[in-house]
Design a protein around this ligand. Structure first.
Ligand code: NAD
Length: 260
């Protein structure tokens, strides 16, 4: 479905980003992968993608928290791919604390990566997409882009910001062949959430599996985790022709979290 398309996925060495990269590759897109991690493991993932799906995958290291690095990364990605058709702004981090206890450096880091990097990546990718009159920008927001939870001030503020930025990006590019949408996942059992499960288990004296069940019980009526693969398939849909008239929207994949 995406044969010949050129895709960039930020934060794709782990979790949701990695699954999105895999689903885009499965559908034929060439890829730039990005994110932190063990160099050998990343190289294995990269060559595995090429072997399994017959596409070209390139790893570009960049700290998306730094404005200049984020913009330069998109420039390098465009050079390496020979263009850019699909940008998935996915890289993100979390920190949990009451507002009055929230460390300033954690606030700044979350806003820089979860919100500002989306702005910088989008700004750097748009000229190429507009020129070719085709582009898909897919922002990985969250249920926390639509509703709030306690102790997640920076994350909720950043993700609400991403939903707003998604709408502005959509409006500024409506009719130009470039769409922008946000996927809003509920709980997905990635390393980012595993940390929260472990913390809850420790706080409440629960086993890790009981803590995982309690996490779901609090928020996600389906009582099942969303899988990274389901989000990858949603990204493929948003990149497809079927979604050409879908822009400025949020796509909730949250087991019913935001329905109540
Ligand atoms: P994860 O921790 O598994 O992966 C995060 C990725 O971002 C990794 O590849 C990591 O190396 C990369 N990264 C971290 N800091 C970076 C930086 N400064 N520059 C570049 N890359 C960096 O987390 P995940 O759960 O897969 O989260 C991915 C996205 O999905 C995030 O935006 C997160 O907010 C969002 N999300 C996650 C959930 C969930 O339940 N896991 C729910 C809703 C939204």
């Amino acid at each position: 479905m995406l044969k010949g398309k050129k895709a960039v996925v930020t934060g794709s060495t782990s979790g949701i980003g990695l699954a999105i990269a895999r689903e885009l590759a499965r559908n034929g897109a060439d890829l730039i992968i990005n994110g932190f991690g063990d160099a050998q493991a990343i190289e294995q993932e990269r060559t595995g993608l090429e072997r399994e799906f017959g596409i070209k995958a390139t790893y570009l290291n960049a700290d998306m928290m730094q404005a200049d690095a984020a913009r330069a990364f998109i420039g390098e990605a465009i050079k390496a791919l020979g263009g850019i058709d699909i940008l998935v702004n996915n890289a993100g981090i979390q920190h949990v604390d009451l507002i009055e206890d929230f460390p300033i450096d954690k606030w700044n880091a979350i806003i820089a990566l979860n919100l500002s990097a989306v702005f910088h990546g989008t700004a750097a990718a748009l000229p190429s997409m507009k020129q070719q009159k085709w582009g898909r920008i897919i922002n990985i927001a969250s249920a926390h882009g639509l509703v709030a939870s306690v102790q997640k001030s920076a994350y909720v503020a950043a993700k609400h910001g991403v939903v707003g930025l998604t709408k502005v990006t959509a409006l500024e590019n409506a009719g130009l062949g470039v769409t922008c949408n946000a996927i809003c996942p509920g709980w997905v059992r990635t390393p980012l959430v595993e940390k929260q499960i472990q913390a809850m288990a420790k706080d409440k004296g629960l086993s890790v599996e009981d803590a995982a069940r309690e996490l779901l019980f609090e928020k996600q009526p389906s009582l099942e985790f969303v899988t990274p693969e389901q989000l990858g398939q949603a990204a493929v849909f948003l990149a497809s022709d079927a979604a050409a008239q879908m822009t400025g929207t949020t796509l909730s994949i949250d087991g019913g979290w935001t329905a109540r």
